[in-house]
Each structure stands twice: as structure tokens, then as C-alpha cells.
Ligand binder design. Structure first.
Ligand code: EPZ
Length: 434
């Protein structure tokens, strides 16, 4: 099992290139099989979850040609198997996008019930409600979601809760239904818009993505396209908050600043300077950090995927802050780990009450899930002393070359696999920190 070993105390300084959005890529790679023509997709993050999905797509018969580490060509005309199940796909949440994609194109799909990070109950009732409204029969049997239909017919769907996954999944299936579908109370996240743009570039007819009403007129066939995925809002935000926590000066490049507005707003509130450029954002943290209140909400609200990283910043900001998690009920699992690093946090129901301490101290901690893992790395970078973060498997689900990018900003971090390597790192770096 690999770990990160980190010697904290160095401000992060410099520029970092942000990759393609993982959560857009997972949907777009699934949607790519909806045409029999060849689709080229660029700017795919080379992370564990996208690779697991690509392997699953290959296993059901699609041709997947990896052009380089961020570009693939996919041809879905060879798919003969509608059963998607292997030990890896069972662990990722985004396997559910293959239900919408296969059901839309072939009117049949059998996909392992999605797993994913354990951040709370993660039902798929809204996805199933949508597929059923389109005329499919959907059951869960033998650990699989089984969906089939004679034909799909456009319909009017109201989502009881704003769900990114359900919005995208229904949008995919409805793209190849007969007639018009309207999704109300749709999610407005940037990756919903990206998937709609991708499908439209294949000949779909989707209007309104990015608002809470999406209108889709089904088409019979989709065609080839070449498409580049949008930058990852959450990867960018993670580096922005790492700059804040380490008293650094970091420019995140290749981003869409508009997608980062909720994060930038909170950074301004805690006392950082934030400068926006056309496709970059610079964060400078030179003053003492101040407390604030954060509530996670669907886009354009503050993203739940940035909640643990923000809590880490607030943990070393003067005064008492609160973080309210309104999307997933189990997203405070990092709190015990952070407490081991000296944080003063109390969780009451879905609210974390955070009393700022002057500094974290290094400790041995476990990454409980993807974003919480990234948050613990940020804490370690800001901490005095040495931290070992175990279970970095989770972090690698969604961050490409995390340690390399952080090192390029001056962080003292290495990926290691043995206690001996930890000792070696500790000896090598003890003199480097002032
Ligand atoms: C997506 O998860 C992301 N995952 C998550 O990213 C992200 O945290 C989340 O959206 C919110 O932005 C992928 O894109 C693969 P939802 P998803 O459906 O689709 C409830 C990361 O770290 N709900 O928008 O599962 C649900 O319980 C992660 O990259 C239902 O009740 O999220 C939650 O409270 C982890 N029934 C809320 O809706 C349903 O059928 C929003 O969930 C579906 C969802």
C-alpha cells in the first residue's frame, strides 16, 4: 500500500496546470459508446476512476484506442454485451452512466450497482425514476441494475432532489428517446453542461443545460465527434486552498474562473487575495486567515467536493467557523484524522464547528475518501513536522500526479511504499524546513 510522506511548512509558490474534469470525463466516456462512429476525446484526466471505466467499456466490446495519456478514441459499434460488471467497476459510482448510455442506444443495460466513496447514502432512485418515466423497466437484481425497454418515449421528469448523476443519466437516455423530454429541477454543475455540449456535438438536441430546466428532443442516431473536456473545478479548487493553507502564492492555470467563483468568494472572506485572469486564477495568502461560514450546495453554491479542503483551511483560521454539509451526510469522516493533527473540530449533525488553531502538527493519518484525502494532504503541507497519509488509493481516484504537481510548487512530498522509505525521506528533508 502506498502512502504520502510530507514534511510541512513550505509555502506553495508557482504555477500549476489543471487537468480535465474527472466527473465530466466519466460521463463523457460513457456517452461516447452511444454512436457507432469513432469519437475522439481529449483532456481526460489520467486517474484511476477514468481508467477503470475505460477498461469496463473495452470489456463489453467497444474499441478503445489510447492515443496518449489524455486522449482516447472510442468506437462503440462492436458492443455485443450489455452486462457491465467487474470487481473494479463495482467500486466506482460513475458506472451508473453506462446505464443511461446503453439504455439510450440499445434499450438494454445491466450494470453493477454503483459503489464509490463512502460519503453517505448514495441512492440511485432518481436515476431509476427517470428511466422508468422514459418507459424502461428497471430492477435491481443480483447486484446489478437491470434496465430494458421496447422503446424510450420522451416525457416530463421532475427531480425531487438536485442530482448531478440523475440529470446527466436521464439526459443521455433521453437523447435517443422518441420525442421531447423535459427535466425539471436539473443540476446546473459545469460538468452537466459539458456532457450536454458533448452529446450535442454528436448530433443530440439538448437545450437549457446549466439552467434548472433541460429540454431534450430525441434523435435516432448520434455521430462521430472530437471533443475536449473542461478543466477540473475541484482539482483547481484544491490547489487554491492548498495555497491559502500554506501561506503561499499559487496560480492555477487552464481553468474557467467562473466555475471557481464560490471558492474564490470564500478565500476572499478568509483574507486571501484572489486575482482572476482569462484562464487562470492566482491565490495569495499573506495575511492571517479569518473564520467564516460555509454551506455546501448544488452549483453555483459551494461544492461538497471542496468541503473537507475548506474545513482544513478554516481549522487554522482565527476565530470560530462553521461548515454545513447539506449534500452528503457522511462527509466529515476526516475530522478524527484532522483532530490527530491538532485541529479543534466538533461535529453536530451536519455541521462542523471549527475553532481555529495556530498550526497543525504532523501525524500518521488515513485518507477516508477522495476529497478528504486531498484535504489531509493540505493539512500536512501546512503542518509543522512530518505527516504520513495512508490509503492514498482514494486520492489517486481523482487527482493526477498530485505529488508531482505539489512538488513543483515547492512542497516536500513523496509517494512511498515502505517504512524504510519514510525514514529516508525524513532524514533527507529534516534540514530543508526553516
Ligand atoms: C456526483 O455524485 C459526483 N460523482 C460527486 O463527486 C459529487 O460529490 C456529487 O455529484 C455532488 O456534486 C460523480 O460525478 C461520479 P448527486 P452523485 O446525485 O451523482 C441524492 C467526488 O469527490 N440522491 O448530485 O452521486 C444524494 O444522496 C465525488 O468527485 C438521491 O437521493 O451526486 C445526494 O444527497 C464524490 N437519489 C444528492 O442527491 C438519487 O438517485 C446529490 O447527489 C441520486 C442522488
Amino acid at each position: 500500500m502506498e502512502q504520502y510522506v510530507i514534511k510541512g511548512g513550505n509555502p506553495l509558490v508557482g504555477e500549476v496546470e489543471i487537468g480535465g474534469a474527472k466527473n465530466a470525463a466519466l460521463a463523457i466516456l460513457s456517452a461516447a459508446v452511444m454512436t457507432d462512429e469513432t469519437v475522439t476525446i481529449e483532456n481526460i484526466p489520467n486517474v484511476r476512476d477514468t481508467n477503470v471505466l475505460l477498461n469496463a467499456i473495452e470489456e463489453i466490446g467497444a474499441r478503445v484506442e489510447r492515443i496518449d495519456s489524455h486522449t482516447v478514441r472510442i468506437n462503440g459499434s462492436f458492443i455485443r454485451d450489455f452486462n457491465v460488471d467487474n470487481e473494479y467497476i463495482r467500486k466506482i459510482r460513475a458506472s451508473y452512466y453506462l446505464i443511461g448510455a446503453l439504455l439510450g442506444k440499445y434499450k438494454r443495460a445491466e450494470v453493477a450497482l454503483p459503489g464509490g466513496c463512502d460519503i453517505g447514502s448514495r441512492p440511485i432512485d432518481l436515476h431509476m425514476k427517470g428511466f422508468r418515466a422514459l418507459g424502461a423497466s428497471v430492477d435491481i437484481r443480483y447486484g446489478l441494475v437491470m434496465a430494458s425497454a421496447e422503446k424510450l418515449t420522451g416525457t416530463h421528469i421532475y427531480l425531487d432532489k438536485v442530482s448531478v448523476g440523475a440529470t446527466i443519466n436521464i439526459m443521455m437516455a433521453a437523447s435517443m428517446a422518441d420525442g421531447k423530454t423535459i427535466i425539471e429541477n436539473a443540476a446546473k454543475e459545469p460538468h452537466v453542461v459539458d456532457v450536454a455540449n458533448f452529446l450535442n456535438s454528436m448530433g443530440a438536441n439538448i437545450r437549457g443545460a446549466g439552467t434548472d430546466v433541460i429540454r431534450i428532443v430525441g434523435v435516432e442516431k448520434l455521430h462521430k465527434t472530437e471533443y475536449s473536456i473542461i478543466p477540473d473545478q475541484i482539482e483547481a479548487g484544491t490547489f487554491m486552498l492548498a495555497a491559502a493553507a500554506t501561506k503561499g502564492d499559487v496560480t492555477v492555470k487552464n481553468v474557467i474562473p467562473k466555475h471557481l467563483e464560490a471558492i474564490s468568494a470564500k478565500l476572499l472572506e478568509v483574507g486571501c487575495e484572489v486575482e482572476e485572469f482569462d484562464d487562470a486564477v492566482r491565490v495569495v495568502s499573506s495575511k492571517p486567515l479569518r473564520h467564516t461560514q460555509v454551506t455546501t450546495l448544488p452549483y453555483p453554491g459551494f461544492p461538497t467536493d471542496m468541503q473537507p479542503q475548506m474545513a482544513v483551511v478554516l481549522g487554522i483560521s482565527g476565530g470560530t467557523s462553521t461548515v454545513t454539509e447539506s449534500i452528503f451526510e457522511n462527509r466529515f469522516k476526516y475530522v478524527d484524522e484532522l483532530t490527530r493533527m491538532g485541529a479543534e473540530i466538533k461535529v453536530e449533525s451536519n455541521i462542523a464547528i471549527i475553532g481555529g488553531v495556530s498550526q497543525y502538527t504532523g501525524a500518521r493519518v488515513n485518507a477516508p475518501d477522495l476529497r478528504a484525502g486531498a484535504a489531509l494532504v493540505i493539512a500536512a503541507l501546512a503542518a509543522e513536522g512530518l505527516t504520513v497519509v495512508d490509503d492514498i488509493y482514494y486520492i489517486e481516484r481523482g487527482y493526477e500526479d498530485f505529488e508531482t504537481k505539489l512538488s513543483s510548487l515547492g512542497a516536500l512530498i513523496e509517494k512511498v511504499a515502505t517504512e524504510k522509505e519514510i525514514q529516508k525521506f525524513s532524514l533527507k528533508n529534516s534540514y530543508k524546513v526553516s
